[in-house]
Design a protein around this ligand. Structure first.
Ligand SMILES: *[C@@H]1O[C@H](CO)[C@@H](O)[C@H](O)[C@H]1NC(C)=O
Ligand SMILES: *[C@@H]1O[C@H](CO)[C@@H](O)[C@H](O)[C@H]1NC(C)=O
Ligand SMILES: *[C@@H]1O[C@H](CO)[C@@H](O)[C@H](O)[C@H]1NC(C)=O
Ligand SMILES: *[C@@H]1O[C@H](CO)[C@@H](O)[C@H](O)[C@H]1NC(C)=O
Ligand SMILES: *[C@@H]1O[C@H](CO)[C@@H](O)[C@H](O)[C@H]1NC(C)=O
Length: 360
């Protein structure tokens, strides 16, 4: 552990990243890697791969809390598979692009009309590698699903060329690694493996025709309620955030390398690390009002060990507590932001999306 920390510190120091960790000072990194000049671009569709920060209902009902009350209570008003009380990153990005939130792959048989806005292949809990055995499609399998639809002429290469692609990879591989007894010392090399696989996946999406790909950086995982619970939701876990910064550094390098080699496709980073830390520090909602007074404390909390947001006991009694007003809380459950949280973060991301997706 000691070694790991020193190792990370050195790396981070040589690249000027050190001050990020758990403090309010961090280098203002250019959060979108915009290495080449791109033509004005208005995506006609949005395709989405990844995990719960982007899943709008793919994950099976029997399998996930996201299909239980009180998930979805703000939007759409009942549980619908989103890991939040309401809208999430995918929804805000789609709206920004002037599109409806793309239909989920699982529910694509709701009608062809729904395919026009693109499709969402993201599954909560997934990673680039298998996370819960093979219960969930990893990102490669999600891309297989898409490729199959292209093979079946549901979508064409042109559809993809004229679309935006969102790739959300926010840490399930690491949760699985640690849960399976992976040593923290070995984490650095596992992080490289994850980034290498992500690179393979991004290349594949690009080969299928994607011209505009945005990929998330890791959020500050050490600030998620599941990590701050031990400090009564007051202090971020700095060790975890250092590991996160290492992932994000390798991601930047991988993306720079990928962009260096291509004609006219770009991969950009959606800097979730920065948008999380900005909103958590400023505590402001999307209108700039001071709202999130205890920004690390989630709205929906399991009543005791073994119970989570959405848990009920044998008799159906709620085994979680719920905040009074999700609009004034940043985190929804132990790992996911509220709709208000996502909306505030999207405000911080908007200028970059503007630059990347619309104009330049
Ligand atoms: C993704 O899942 C499939 C099916 O379980 C598996 O065969 C494949 O090896 C996985 N891919 C990676 C990169 O782990
Ligand atoms: C799609 O078609 C290509 C070319 O025939 C084939 O190599 C690939 O395996 C197919 N992919 C899927 C997921 O069916
Ligand atoms: C921070 O996270 C690491 C890795 O998950 C864990 O080993 C450590 O106990 C945590 N530290 C605190 C103060 O909770
Ligand atoms: C980009 O490519 C050029 C020439 O091929 C090379 O000199 C440069 O180091 C590359 N940059 C990155 C970030 O890979
Ligand atoms: C750039 O994109 C255009 C239109 O999508 C395509 O015709 C052209 O071949 C691409 N150029 C390169 C170098 O990839």
């Amino acid at each position: 552990m000691e070694f790991l920390i020193i190792f990370f510190h050195c790396l981070l120091l040589t690249t000027g990243y050190l001050c990020v960790q758990g403090s309010s000072h961090h280098r203002h990194q250019h959060h979108f890697h915009d290495s080449r000049q791109v033509y004005g671009f208005r995506p006609t569709k949005l395709f989405v791969f990844g995990d719960s920060y982007a899943d709008t209902g793919n994950i099976r009902k029997s399998f996930a809390d996201s299909w239980k009350e009180p998930y979805g209570s703000t939007f759409p008003g009942k549980p619908a598979g989103r890991f939040s009380d309401g809208r999430i990153l995918t929804d805000y990005l789609a709206k920004f692009l002037g599109l409806k939130s793309p239909v989920t792959y699982t529910w694509m048989n709701l009608g062809k009309q729904k395919w026009l806005n693109g499709m969402n292949f993201a599954y909560g809990g997934s990673g680039v590698f298998n996370t819960f055995g093979d219960l969930l499609p990893n990102m490669s399998t999600q891309i297989d699903f898409f490729e199959k639809l292209m093979n079946d002429s549901v979508y064409t290469k042109w559809d993809l060329q004229s679309s935006a692609v969102l790739v959300s990879l926010t840490g399930n591989d690491y949760g699985t690694y640690l849960a399976n007894g992976g040593a923290f010392q070995g984490l650095a090399s596992f992080i490289s493996k994850v980034i290498n696989q992500l690179e393979v996946n991004l290349k594949r999406v690009r080969r299928l025709g994607a011209r505009k790909i945005v990929v998330t950086s890791l959020p500050p995982l050490g600030c998620l309620p599941r990590s701050t619970e031990t400090s009564s939701f007051k202090k971020c876990n700095i060790t975890e955030n250092i590991a996160v910064s290492y992932h994000n550094l390798l991601l930047q390098q991988a993306v720079a390398k990928l962009n260096n080699k291509t004609g006219n496709s770009t991969i950009s980073i959606v800097d979730l690390f920065r948008s999380f830390t900005t909103v958590i520090e400023q505590k402001q909602d999307y209108l700039g009002n001071l709202k999130f007074e205890t920004p690390l404390k989630p709205c929906c909390i399991g009543k005791s060990d073994g119970y989570f947001c959405g848990s009920v006991d044998d008799k159906g009694a709620k085994m979680y507590t719920l905040c009074h007003d999700p609009k004034s809380v940043f985190f929804w459950d132990s790992s996911h932001p509220t709709e208000a949280g996502w909306q505030a973060m999207f405000t911080t991301l908007k200028p970059s999306f503007d630059r990347i997706l619309k104009y330049q």
